[in-house]
Design a protein around this ligand. Structure first.
Ligand code: AMP
Ligand code: MG
Length: 489
């Protein structure tokens, strides 16, 4: 519940304009649920225009148009082995060695360079098969004496030869539109001779911390009595933006809780061409929380805007606000998405993952921009919040548990009849501890946000829950045993 009470300090000079409006703010923004919030955000985050980028710079981008092979690979019939290029029908037999075809140096020479009946040519891996030859015999299967090569076995035409287009056919779609470019896609495009690739532009993101109390690491340490604390959010949100694939970040620094200054800073982000502005602080119910009103254009700065939601039924992060803002004098009418995240650092981080990441992905062209969802077994009892669904941070521990055993063997303190049948390969989710939204260490190492329902009650250890992935699972504690698969003969 949002306390419906007037701010206590009504006398601060120079802060007047936002105060009265602020009083009824609690009622102005209905509390929507998280799914609805994500839908509203995604429906307003549009894939950005296309651009050509050099292949080496394409990692992390989403391909905008199918990349089609302009030529086959290999472009000629190529040897798979170091050995001798022969005519299959001549084998077994004793053959005259007439030349060599090496990778990058096909057989050439005076007169006829094709392999005639009774002849062969030395060949290396990747070299063009000389005309006349139709197979390769590996060196280890040949007896060589000067310019005479003897082969004991039969040789099928085509043996140890990669025909034209064996790996890549001309016209084949090598990297479909919508794929995320990683190192292997770079390799595939390079193999086909592509030096540039058409991808979606990445969003330019502006970052702003708001709050009179904020100090910066590296500054003279603030006295405790000054009421100042270090700005944790800006560095963290910049890092989150980077790990989400954004590299063009405008650092707007810190703004005081002053409507005019906030409006001017929001306007600057737009004027600088940012697609997205992420702020933290100043969107809650305090008498210095001006940001929603600023985004609506009520404090100048030449901006006008729409707030699409201002409260979300979630913990942490209830005051999460999403708006679109325009500059009144901008002829193009370009809208900038604004995510005004709550100031508590855990709320800022969790809401960034839940709504900012999907919107960035969408702008970068991701087909499915949502966070990935997995199932996990909770390793301790989790008390539910009676009022709001909670995103409970956890690390994963993905080891095999023997089938049909009890959780007791794996979770200290679990009772012997805690059944884990059927959950053998699910990870355990270990809570990061106290989940209060100021305790940023509850985010440390977190790989998932467990989706816990509203209470009352407790989710008992051993229960399967769903969880949204926020970490890089390639470095997670995952180690299932290697399997020798059953083989069908
Ligand atoms: P607010 O959302 O502005 O009401 O702030 C909520 C809480 O988060 C307060 O305790 C603030 O001091 C704290 N806070 C706001 N911004 C930051 C920040 N950038 N870094 C660390 N703590 C912050
Ligand atoms: Mg504040």
């Amino acid at each position: 519940m949002v306390p419906n009470r007037a701010p206590t300090d009504r006398s601060a000079p120079g802060r007047g304009s936002g105060r009265k409006v602020h009083f009824d703010m609690a009622h102005k923004y209905p509390m929507i649920n998280m799914n609805e919030a994500v839908d509203r955000v995604i429906s307003r985050a549009h894939p950005l225009p296309h651009e050509n980028v050099a292949l080496v710079d394409a990692v992390g981008r989403v391909v905008a148009e199918n990349f089609v092979a302009p030529r086959p690979h290999p472009p000629f019939a190529a040897s798979v082995m170091d050995g001798y290029a022969v005519r299959g029908e001549d084998c077994p037999g004793v053959l005259a060695l007439i030349g060599a075809s090496r990778a990058g140096a096909p057989m050439r020479g005076a007169g006829d360079t094709s392999v005639q009946p009774g002849q062969c040519a030395y060949i290396t891996t990747g070299a063009p098969l000389p005309t006349g030859a139709d197979a390769v015999v590996p060196s280890e299967d040949c007896g060589v004496d000067g310019s005479v090569v003897s082969i004991d076995a039969e040789v099928e035409a085509g043996k140890w030869v990669r025909p034209v287009g064996f790996d890549i056919k001309v016209g084949e779609t090598l990297v479909p539109a919508g794929s995320l470019v990683g190192p292997h896609e770079v390799g595939v495009v390079a193999a086909a001779g592509g030096g540039v690739i058409r991808v979606h532009r990445k969003p330019k993101l502006a970052l702003l911390s708001t709050g009179d109390e904020l100090a910066e690491a590296g500054e003279v340490e603030p006295e405790a009595s000054s009421g100042r604390i270090y700005d944790a959010n800006r560095p963290m949100l910049a890092a989150l933006a980077r790990t989400s694939g954004v590299d063009d970040i405008l650092d707007l620094g810190r703004a005081p809780d002053e409507p005019g200054a906030l409006a001017a800073t929001v306007a600057r982000a737009h004027a600088d061409g940012c697609d997205v502005l992420v702020t933290s602080g100043g969107v809650s119910e305090g008498d210095r929380d001006y940001l929603k009103e600023v985004l609506l254009g009520r404090h100048g700065g030449g901006i006008e805007g729409e707030v699409h939601f201002g409260r979300v039924m979630m913990k942490p992060g209830k005051p999460l606000t999403f708006a679109e803002v325009r500059l009144k004098n901008d002829a193009r009418g370009k809208k900038m998405l604004v995510f005004a995240l709550p100031g508590n650092p855990v709320s800022a981080a969790v809401t960034f993952h839940l709504v900012v990441v999907p919107s960035l992905r969408r702008m970068m062209g991701w087909r499915d921009p949502r966070l990935r969802r997995i199932h996990a077994v909770v390793s301790s009892d989790l008390k539910l919040d009676p009022e709001r669904p909670e995103y409970h941070r956890a690390t994963l521990d993905w080891q095999e548990r023997p089938a049909a055993t009890t959780l007791g063997a794996f979770i200290p303190g679990a009772s012997a009849d805690d059944d884990v049948m059927g959950t053998r390969y699910l990870p355990l989710a270990h809570s990061t501890g106290k989940q209060v939204s100021s305790r940023l260490t509850s985010m440390r190492g977190a790989e998932v946000l467990m989706e816990l329902p509203r209470g009352p009650g407790t989710v008992a250890k051993g229960t399967v829950v769903s969880a949204l992935v926020i970490g890089d699972l390639s470095s997670a504690s995952v180690q299932l045993p290697a399997i020798s698969p059953e083989v069908v003969r």
